[in-house]
Design a protein around this ligand. Structure first.
Ligand SMILES: C[C@@](CO)(OP(=O)(O)O)[C@H](O)COP(=O)(O)OP(=O)(O)OC[C@H]1O[C@@H](n2ccc(N)nc2=O)[C@H](O)[C@@H]1O
Ligand SMILES: Nc1ncnc2c1ncn2[C@@H]1O[C@H](COP(=O)(O)OP(=O)(O)O)[C@@H](O)[C@H]1O
Length: 297
């Protein structure tokens, strides 16, 4: 098969409520995932052995990288022995709460499924993904979703189109550190997802929500605290995604989001992105499959 590239989009948790804790220490959550049109890219090339390169020298390219872990898991699961030459082009901040590592893993699962002709279905890939991390299944399925349980019970949702400004305060936040904090609120009452999320219901639903991890992240990471305050004064609806560090605000149109980005203090980075109905990964997979089916020109 000819070399190909696939996107690994970012996600935001529009809110994140912690409703309790399981016996094994894992937290029970309610969260609303939205997939963005901005993210990393993974290049795939057939090869006899497995190898990974990454343009960000701060990231490991051994079995600590979720891309290689996903690849080895697929080999174990299917007994497939061929390799692949993988190149990860990183745009998403690691430990940023935008799910970069999880999304890279989901893209690796789908891309290698195609490259190796494995023909595994979406449920199998989501099950394998969950063993790599709680956030991997939402990227495998590729739809905006309401998540419950420890994040594995997903219900696809249709959301009105939104523009976001995402601010990276430049710190990497460990998910385990936030969840291990003694002051984390773990008893937000469970809420019910409205039957449909039109523009007005959606705004009201968002206002009802919050991120329980924000207070801990603000305390442990002053840069997160400052970024949230800045976004709040700029846009009025600032929130943190996941367990941090990135913060975001949503805007009615692209222009307003870009205007806010222009005011961003130079010591932070940020990007403007749009919500997607279908993940850019799934759009790209559909194009690749159509090209394959139409055969050589
Ligand atoms: C809470 C979320 C929301 O999106 O935070 P972010 O990581 O995106 O910031 C995620 O579900 C995180 O998913 P993920 O990053 O895949 O976490 P995992 O690797 O599965 O877990 C890392 C550690 O976080 C803790 N953990 C994770 C998920 C959960 N529901 N309860 C937990 O207590 C556990 O200590 C676990 O060892
Ligand atoms: N491909 C990858 N991209 C980013 N981080 C990775 C990757 N593989 C493993 N990691 C590790 O996973 C950690 C969390 O990564 P990431 O998914 O970006 O954070 P978050 O879950 O906060 O969005 C990083 O600190 C890094 O050590």
């Amino acid at each position: 098969m000819a070399p190909f590239s696939l996107p690994a989009p970012a996600k935001l948790n529009l809110f994140l409520h912690i409703n309790g804790r399981r016996q094994d220490g894992y937290h029970l959550l309610q969260t609303l995932f939205v997939l963005l049109d901005h993210g990393d890219t993974l290049d795939f090339q057939p090869a006899d052995t497995l190898s990974l390169r990454c343009d960000n020298p701060a990231l490991p390219v051994d079995d600590d990288n979720l891309v290689l872990r996903a690849a080895r898991l697929l080999q174990q699961e299917t007994g497939h022995t061929a390799g692949a030459r993988l190149h990860l082009r990183k745009r998403l901040p690691a430990g940023g709460g935008v799910g970069g590592g999880s999304s890279d893993a989901a893209t690796a699962l789908w891309g290698l499924n195609l490259l190796w002709g494995l023909d595994l279905d979406v449920d199998t890939l989501a099950r394998l993904g969950l063993s790599l991390g709680a956030d991997v299944p939402v990227f495998v399925r590729g739809r905006n979703a309401w998540a419950e349980g420890v994040g594995e019970r997903l219900q696809a949702v249709e959301l009105p189109p939104l523009w976001f400004l995402v601010v990276d305060p430049g710190v990497s936040v460990s998910t385990a550190r936030i969840f291990g904090d003694g002051e984390l609120t773990r008893h937000t009452p469970a809420i019910t997802l409205p039957a449909s999320l039109g523009a007005a219901t959606f705004e009201a639903f968002l206002k009802e929500g919050h991120n329980d991890c924000e207070a801990v992240a603000r305390r442990l990471f002053p840069a997160v605290d400052k970024a949230l305050d800045w976004l709040q004064s700029e846009a009025g609806n600032a929130r943190m995604t996941g367990t941090g560090a990135c913060c975001f605000a949503h805007f009615a149109d692209q222009q307003d989001a870009h205007n806010a980005l222009r005011h961003l203090p130079e010591y932070w980075t940020g990007f403007v992105a749009r919500s997607t109905e279908i993940s850019p990964l799934h759009e790209a997979l559909a194009t690749l499959r159509a090209r394959q089916n139409s055969g050589p020109a």
